[in-house]
Design a protein. Structure first.
Length: 166
């Protein structure tokens, strides 16, 4: 579950498991309709020579002249990655599910798909119902700890700003 204004960060890792050096790596990602492609930013990459082309929701990341080693000859040298971010469209509705996966092509070989990632836009009511406030230990002598936690993990930007004990 994510906030409607939360920036999403995607990491795509690849490895040349073929039996010779790969000259090029092309990563194609058709971003879901709820993502604003104009907010896309490349944050990190493993190799030089990256070109990025967008057409509608389709993004192509191309590494030319990468000379990516094969995994048998050089396991570490056969790996690479790209990290990019993008934001949901303004006014995205609560409950919208954003599914994303990419495909990777080495040279002119067949594409391989990545795993799919799923994000759901949560509403204010969903967020509040998922929040859990705890005070411990109980009973306490002189120190009380208070925690604010989202039941599904770190999906809230809420903080405790005031505590009133009666």
């Amino acid at each position: 579950y994510i906030q409607p204004t939360q920036v999403l960060t995607y990491t795509i890792r690849f490895q040349n498991i073929g039996n010779h050096v790969a000259n090029s790596v092309n990563i194609t990602d058709v971003l879901p309709d709820g993502i604003d492609v104009s907010t896309l930013k490349v944050m990190a990459q493993s190799h030089e020579g990256l070109s990025v082309v967008t057409k509608g929701q389709k993004v192509s990341f191309q590494f030319d002249d990468i000379y990516l080693s094969d995994s048998v000859s050089n396991k570490e040298g056969s790996q690479g990655f790209i990290v990019f971010s993008a934001s949901p469209v303004k006014g995205i509705k609560a409950g919208t599910i954003l599914r994303n996966k990419a495909s990777i092509r080495f040279d002119n070989y067949e594409e391989m798909s990545t795993n799919e990632v799923l994000n759901t836009i949560q509403s204010k009511q969903q967020e509040l119902s998922m929040l859990e406030v705890k005070a411990y230990p109980n009973p306490a002598m002189d120190v009380i700890y208070i925690s604010l936690k989202h039941k599904m993990g770190k999906y809230s930007n809420k903080i405790i700003s005031k505590v009133e004990m009666v």
